[in-house]
Design a protein around this ligand. Sequence first.
Ligand SMILES: [Fe+2]
Length: 321
Amino acid sequence: MTSFLRLAAYRLDDVTRDLLGKELIERVAEHTLDSDADEAILAGIGAHALSRYLPGEILRGIQIFCASGHHCLLLRNLPGQPFPDTPVSGFARESHLGVVNALHFGLVQLLGLVPYAVDYENDGRLMRNVVPNPAAAGITSSWGADAEFSWHTDNPHLPFGAAGMDPRPYIPRFLTFYAVRNEELVPTEVVALADIVATLDESTLHELRSAHFSAGAPASNDTGALREGGRLDRTALLESAGERGQEWARFDAGTTRGLNDRARAALAVWQNALDAAEGRQFVLESRDFLIFDNYRVLHRRRAFTPGPQAGARWLRRCYAS
Ligand SMILES: [Fe+2]
């Protein structure tokens, strides 16, 4: 089946990877740079090194990604560094992850995006360690493993944002990931919204585009206080973006409700379409970077059995708008 999903994929050759890694190690060697307090410095170091060593085609692909209409970008075989054990409690010593933080923030800067955190999630920190935290067992959380994430967008209870604004009150436009390790080979799956829309009838689409829904904060938000008050009422599930005929979606099966019978019926049709959807699976390998458009794709992660804690799956995630 043809798909509307547009992916830009690149792989660094080993020589480029090693030169870039050496440069980054030299520049952040002192273990003093923190991912929150020193984000701008790390981004500057990373963007400088990347601009110097990436082949022109890859650098250009990163720089034009956001304007290109692509849904996701995958960059493989990036440099790594000596990694500590997977921080299954959720938080790592960020000053010891300077190389990958410089790389991650440098890529976000080259993408023309602003990395950000919100105070009600992840302790207000920029870098989310997506790890199987034993405390999150059975919970639908990026710190979980045994609970399934069905197709959703992150933070659907917020309004859609626009470039050039403070991103924090809005749905994150992009999710960025750097994979430290994924020996369990757990895929991150994305599906283009356009592929779902293409399967729906006009009356269902009309209803999904009407402000007849309520969207709550997802269970994966850490703070109960937000869950209590964080609900967007009388909103549409699909909104016209005003950008080249694009459409945006907000959806989380656990928290999105129809406010009348027609909306509930449309939601059921939408859910069936999602259940039947075949997305694109990315089995991220160590030192891969992935970014996707949280307005134009839905994503999911199946339940999995984590490996031993020290070497369990560990992705680094940062919101960027
Ligand atoms: Fe998510």
